[in-house]
Design a binder for this molecule. Structure first.
Ligand SMILES: Cc1cc2nc3c(=O)[nH]c(=O)nc-3n(C[C@H](O)[C@H](O)[C@H](O)COP(=O)(O)O)c2cc1C
Length: 318
């Protein structure tokens, strides 16, 4: 089984990916959060620069609905030495979908078809897609599959939810099954894999799955992907796990402190991370209290103290 770390805008930056790869790992592919600037903003450029991603098997992801924009960014990425690029057809955020990008592009399969024709004809790189199954009705998936069927997709990553579902509800597993029946390109399943049990449930439904992308589960438990590997080393003891989490956290914090000016932008990034990381610990009144202290910290020094207290007193789940 191949596991990929999902792209998560604002969180899985190059600093996060490097720390994740060093302290936990297990993913054989990483994806950048979406790049949406034709000329690449300086944040986007830093995220894809090869020297910021050494040793990391990275696939940059583009978000656009204009083929000339896609091709311009792909050309830059080819110059950096990338061989594959991913197209985002999944983002459900209204600021993205209102401009017919991300999952918003799925509402117009004809235009999407023309766009794919242009990029598969003109792009120097291989192209994989990351898609949802439609906007509001699972019946839309059939039509989208008939479009995807026409192109030499390097891989199709399927998050089988509708745009309107956001990240809620049970994935439409049957939609993944339809893709297995209809397409001969490599497929990757994505959505709600948070444990060996959820992975095994997926494999009972679809024994042929050979690639799984994991997002929120790996933010809650950064050791998850490594621990799902067949024949992996046993799980670290609680004490070791705390040490690893601390080292992982501190590397990301120091990285942001170095590249961002002022406390606030760094605190903003770290607090975003805690939204997920905090749920990987045994819930209790004291954990709630300390997470609140972390969220309320206004200076890096206070933040560091709150985090130290958290790691010294709390227990990771499992
Ligand atoms: C905060 C956040 C940011 C995300 N950013 C991106 C993104 O930049 N590109 C993308 O393709 N998907 C993005 N996603 C979707 C995830 O990659 C993934 O498809 C989704 O979370 C379902 O997988 P999971 O259940 O394993 O988390 C984001 C999800 C979250 C929660």
């Amino acid at each position: 089984m191949n596991y990929y770390l999902a792209p998560m805008e604002g969180i899985t930056t190059y600093l996060f990916r490097n720390a994740f790869h060093r302290h936990f790992g297990g993913a054989c592919k990483y994806f950048t959060p979406f790049l949406s600037n034709r000329g690449l903003s300086s944040r986007e450029r830093n995220d894809v620069l090869p020297e910021h991603n050494t040793d990391i098997p990275l696939i940059p992801q583009i978000l656009t609905n204009r083929s000339e924009e896609f091709l311009a960014v792909a050309k830059r990425l080819a110059d950096y030495g990338y061989r594959t690029v991913n197209l985002n057809l999944g983002c459900p955020s209204p600021t993205v979908t209102s401009r017919k990008r991300g999952s918003g592009f799925l509402e117009d399969p004809e235009e999407l078809d023309r766009f794919l024709d242009d990029i598969y004809t003109g792009c120097p790189l291989k192209i994989s897609l990351k898609t949802r199954i439609g906007i509001a009705d699972p019946a839309e998936w059939e039509r989208l599959l008939s479009v995807y069927q026409k192109y030499p997709l390097e891989e199709l990553i399927i998050h089988p939810r509708l745009q309107k579902e956001g990240y809620r509800g049970v994935p439409h597993y049957e939609a993944y099954g339809m893709a297995e029946e209809r397409l001969s390109v490599p497929l990757c399943y994505n959505g709600d894999i948070v444990s060996a049990a959820s992975r095994d449930m997926l494999l009972r439904k679809f024994p042929k799955v050979s690639a799984i992308m994991i997002g929120r589960g790996a933010l809650k438990n950064p050791d998850l992907i490594r621990s799902l590997q067949a024949g992996c080393k046993p799980a670290p003891s609680r004490g070791e796990m705390l040490k690893k989490l601390r080292a992982f956290h501190d590397e990301i914090l120091e990285g942001y402190c170095e590249i961002m000016s002022g406390d606030q932008p760094t605190l903003f990034k770290m607090k975003d991370l805690w939204t997920y990381l905090g749920t990987g610990f045994e819930p209790s009144d004291s954990s709630d209290k300390l997470l609140k202290k972390i969220r309320k910290a206004n200076r890096i020094a206070d933040y560091r103290n709150a985090v130290t207290e958290f790691f010294e007193t709390q227990t990771p789940v499992g």
